[in-house]
Design a protein. Structure first.
Length: 175
């Protein structure tokens, strides 16, 4: 029995070699004269799809506007009136008077839009400060001594006007 196993292994090996040798014969012919081509064909596709889009918007929404009026009163017996509008974007109204030093009657009047919140302003008359609530008191009159070339300023206080404007007029009369 010990002899049959090596003989059986040798016979299996020779049969395998004979089978392999018969399959790889280059002289075998196919029934079709040309062998079939590859199963599928591969094309090379290159797509360049680059898109550059710029959507940056620069917007400036802060505007500071100052109304400066220089008034020259050559005749001291006359009365001069000047007006200006203060909107929510304005920080101040400045009137620079070209007058002589002396006593003057200053009459401020204001027109406030309907429905506007109570906006308080500060009047600066040649260095003296006065608070004024134009919605409740549309006219503010003061008789005061001013120096030569006085500056009159109207400055808004908080709360801001929230888009509402106030029209101011000033009448200057020498006493």
């Amino acid at each position: 029995m010990k002899r049959y196993l090596p003989l059986l292994a040798l016979a299996t090996f020779v049969a395998g070699l004979a089978f392999m040798a018969s399959c790889s014969s280059p002289l075998e012919s196919y029934p079709i004269p040309n062998p079939p081509g590859p199963i599928f064909d591969v094309d090379t596709v290159v797509i360049t799809d680059t898109l550059i889009q710029t959507d940056t918007v620069t917007q400036i929404d802060t505007l500071v506007q100052v109304d400066t009026v220089i008034v020259y009163l050559p005749d001291t017996s006359t009365t001069t009136t000047m007006c200006a509008r203060m909107g929510s974007h304005q920080k101040e109204i400045v009137w620079m008077l070209r007058t002589e030093a002396g006593r003057y009657l200053l009459e401020f009047s204001a027109y406030v839009e309907r429905g506007q919140p109570p906006q308080r302003v500060t009047l600066s008359i040649d260095g003296a400060y006065y608070e004024w609530l134009p919605r409740d008191q549309p006219v503010f009159v003061i008789e005061t001594d001013v120096g030569q070339y006085p500056t009159i300023m109207i400055l808004p206080e908080n709360p801001a006007a929230f888009g509402h404007s106030i029209d101011f007029c000033l009448t200057v009369t020498r006493l």
